[in-house]
Ligand binder design. Structure first.
Ligand SMILES: Cc1ncc(COP(=O)(O)O)c(C=O)c1O
Length: 424
């Protein structure tokens, strides 16, 4: 014990207290991806579950994942040796392939590389760490990083935490028309300092559920190219928006055809339901093979001091699935099951509100895509929903469509109706 005390394997209690090893509870409640515990305790209707839920309100282990898990257990060639620093090679290449497309010119020209990361968050983190060190000069913390207004809250923190001092919002959401503020978005691209970094949601924008159309993406790409802005895609929901992997990768692939060098952070948390396995990939599209090699050599150094080397289970599950034709087909089917359930809930909610004659227009419910929807309910209305109807949603009015089921949707629709009529 004397030795332990002297070597300080445990920090003295005062130190823990002073350094704040626990974040204040309000912070956790607001920033956390889980709904606050008070909500859960109430047993009401939670329209903000942190992940996909079935029509029974339960988490879903994808059948294809169960199948591949059994294959892994039965495969005596596999062991628990360390993976290479950059991750499982067959995972990295197959993950990049689903983002960029089988026949991607960039892959054929050997100018694509990848880093296996701890979830989409890890991929954003590795990309941010690299850019701070090596982009737009060395260790240039002044390069502006633009994130959409609003965005997934962690974007701000990940880039700030990597050392970027100037993380700014770009215009994205037009609250009045409940859709994309294209003019504002393009305006911010035009006035951003050259070489600024723009984080773009590849599809199923979180939290608004509003993506640019193909035509709008081409306008965004035109300005970004002309103004030499860096494209950092965040692809956390591929397959979830439309049910089709290729459709959901349209923007990423279009930017590649326009000759951009870029990063694309991919998460397999949602589309494989592998939330706690931390499976992500950072796809790097560079000018040429030599640049990829140089970027990866620096990435190795960054990974080494961050997590040293990544975990294998999730990466194996994904790699085996993507590289086996029948399993790949089955996975696409599983993804479609999830996307279709969300689309069905959107259509039903809109139809029910229209049938009730709820004041306002509700077309945005079906125009928005992916898991999330900005209902347009204001903070007072949200408060009413929580207090009077025990329906729990974010103060911003955002709901996760997976919180809706065939059993609770009538109650939710009637409650929204009552709220909109009674509270302005
Ligand atoms: C837009 C966006 N990016 C990244 C992530 C992170 O995903 P992961 O859990 O794989 O780190 C999320 C998760 O909610 C997200 O919504």
């Amino acid at each position: 014990p004397g030795w332990v005390a002297q070597q300080g394997s445990n920090a003295p209690p005062e130190w823990v207290a002073h350094q704040g090893s626990n974040a204040p509870p309000e912070w956790v409640a607001h920033q956390g991806s889980n709904p606050p515990p008070e909500w859960v305790a109430h047993q009401g209707t939670c329209l903000s579950p942190p992940a996909y839920r079935t029509d029974e309100g339960q988490p879903w282990v994808l059948p294809v994942v169960k199948k591949v898990e059994k294959l892994i257990v039965a495969d005596n060639r596999l062991n628990h040796e360390y993976l290479p620093i950059l991750g499982l090679p067959e995972f990295r290449s197959s993950a990049s392939k689903i983002a960029l497309g089988e026949d991607s010119p960039a892959i054929q020209e050997n100018r694509v590389g990848a880093v296996q990361c701890l979830g989409g968050t890890g991929a954003l983190k590795m990309g941010a760490e690299f850019l701070r060190r090596w982009y737009n000069g060395n260790d240039n913390m002044k390069t502006p990083v633009y994130v959409s207004a609003p965005t997934w809250e962690n974007h701000n923190s990940v880039f700030a935490n990597a050392g970027f001092e100037d993380v700014r919002p770009y215009k994205y959401w037009d609250a009045e028309k409940r859709g994309l503020d294209l003019a504002g978005f393009l305006g911010d691209l035009e006035t951003a300092p050259k070489h600024s970094i723009f984080v773009l949601h590849a599809c199923a924008h979180n939290p608004t559920g509003t993506d640019p159309t193909h035509m709008e993406w081409t306008q965004v790409a035109e300005v970004m190219k002309r103004r030499k802005l860096f494209v950092f895609f965040d692809s956390a929901y591929q397959g979830f928006a439309s049910g089709c992997l290729d459709k959901d990768a349209w923007a990423v692939r279009y930017f590649v055809t326009q000759g951009f060098e870029m990063f694309c952070a991919q998460s397999f948390s949602k589309n494989f339901g592998l939330y706690n396995e931390r499976v992500g990939n950072l796809t790097i599209v560079a000018r040429d093979a030599d640049n990829v090699r140089r970027v990866l050599s620096q990435m190795e150094k960054i990974v080494r001091v961050t997590w040293s080397n990544p975990p294998s289970q999730g990466a194996r599950l994904v790699a085996i699935t993507l590289n086996t034709a029948e399993l790949f087909a089955e996975w696409k089917d599983n993804v479609k099951t999830m996307a279709d359930r969300v689309l069905l809930m959107r259509a039903s909610l809109q139809a029910k509100l229209q049938a009730l004659g709820t004041p306002g227009t509700w077309d945005h419910i079906t125009q928005q895509i992916g898991m999330f929807s900005f209902t347009g309910l204001n903070p007072k209305q949200v408060e009413y929903m929580i207090k009077e109807r025990s329906i729990y949603l974010m103060a911003s009015g955002r709901i996760n469509m997976c919180g809706l089921t065939t059993k609770n949707i009538d109650y939710v629709a009637k409650s929204i109706h009552e709220t909109v009529v009674n509270v302005q």
